[in-house]
Design a binder for this molecule. Sequence first.
Ligand code: DC
Length: 230
Amino acid sequence: MSVNIAIDGPAGAGKSTIAKLVAKKKGYIYVDTGAMYRAMALYLHRQGVDPAGAESDDAAKAEEVKVKIVELCTKPDISIKYENGEQIVLLDGENVNGLIRSEEVSRMASVSSAVPEVRVRLVQLQQKLASESDVVMDGRDIGTVVLPNADVKVYLTASVEERARRRFKEQQEKGVECDLETIKKDIAERDHRDMTRKTSPLKQAEDATLVDSSDMTIEQVAEHILSLCK
Ligand code: DC
């Protein structure tokens, strides 16, 4: 039986950094499920789906966008492979790693990941990966839906202020102009969407360990999670 470690939590809590580090230390595969939702979102964006429409006050318009997403989401082939330990997401065979971190794709992913038909497809792929290999998998619903029997479950969070500060610093280091208040507002909006959607909302699994990383270093968080794996 493969060993499965599930790490869930809100955007910007440091899940991917920590999950990668834990996977490296344990010699497991790191599975970034958000990247799969992002690849689907890129496909939908390329097909001209307008994410703003899905949240429109005009119910008919919102329904039209959802129907379009349901119809389109079965079409692309999304898979992953590993090169030098790095996860590569393939959208119809194309490596899209460099294309899925833009604001438009983030926005679309937040909207399209709320559509049950999108989740069904990607959850199947995630469960297959976890049954075949020892994995550290991060996302929003890993401990609650994807791997309810995971060996270790962690709910990793940090305050909105701290997550916004980290994102701001990251963007500044990349030379991207940004505004702390806008980032804070975006994070709060994404939290709200992820936590209040009907299908697989972000929430702490009953048997998950809560880790608040606001005042912890990356190493401290990783060590803490590794201690839970013993
Ligand atoms: O973790 P991330 O920011 O790369 O995730 C992108 C989007 O996908 C985000 O809006 C949340 C959603 N997501 C999800 O609904 N379920 C997951 N298991 C992972 C991500």
